[in-house]
Design a protein around this ligand. Structure first.
Ligand code: AMP
Length: 216
């Protein structure tokens, strides 16, 4: 299945994508993770994108679209994929369509829109703590790690993403509304959109998503 996850920052796309990837046996492709890795490894791409990300802005369409087209050409994506955080603009949605056609992936089967109110986004992101090593995500109040600031999964220190600071969160939400919300209508018109209320328990959301994929 070719799946896209759309929604505001902090809506739980990454968490759901990881679980779905295991359940469906198709790769989880997160443009945010790919870009953060590039920055951590100080590659040419990392240097190019660091400033956009620190400020909570979008990385230019041509850069992210090229990353995704290349990633989709790997063998592990030939049987389907879960895109998390891409596309974020109409331009990117159109690039994705041409990349899919070129690689004979066909078309998107489902676009899940994770619907979450602004207050919940702010509450979630300001308490979010992530593991740099395994990517597991915690929340200091709602899902705290067993030992403060240490990952339950791999024991590595947790960190607060620099783009999860209050001013940057505001900026990311504004950009989401300006640039990404238009995708919801775009995919609704293509009859592939499923809206998922995202202020619920992780497991309930997963079951909801799976029921739309015929894998429950
Ligand atoms: P995420 O981990 O999806 O919240 O993405 C973190 C940051 O990476 C975003 O705020 C953007 O700066 C950048 N980014 C990730 N995906 C995209 C995309 N599809 N288009 C542009 N910028 C992106």
């Amino acid at each position: 299945m070719n799946i896209v996850l759309v929604g505001p920052p902090g809506c739980g796309k990454g968490t759901q994508a990881k679980m779905l990837s295991e359940k469906l046996g198709i790769p989880h492709i997160s443009t945010g993770d790919i870009l953060r890795n590039a920055i951590a490894q100080n590659t040419a791409l990392g240097k190019q994108v660091a400033l956009y990300m620190e400020k909570g802005g979008l990385v230019p369409d041509d850069i992210v679209s090229a990353i995704v087209a290349e990633r989709l050409s790997h063998d592990d994506a030939s049987g389907g994929f879960i895109l998390d955080g891409f596309p974020r603009t109409l331009e990117q949605a159109k690039s994705l369509e041409s990349a899919l056609l070129k690689k004979t992936h066909g078309k998107l089967d489902k676009v899940f829109y994770f619907d979450l109110a602004d207050e919940a986004v702010i509450r979630r992101l300001s308490g979010r703590r992530s593991c740099k090593k395994c990517g597991r995500v915690f929340h200091i109040t709602f899902s705290p790690p067993r030992r403060p600031d240490m990952c339950d999964n791999c024991g590595q220190p947790l960190y607060h993403r620099s783009d999860d600071e209050p001013d940057t969160i505001k900026q990311r939400l504004e950009i989401y509304k300006k640039q990404t919300v238009s995708l919801i209508n775009y995919y609704k018109n293509q009859n592939v959109l499923a809206t998922i209320p995202a202020d619920r328990k992780i497991q309930d959301i997963l079951e909801d998503v799976l029921s739309h994929t015929g894998n429950l």
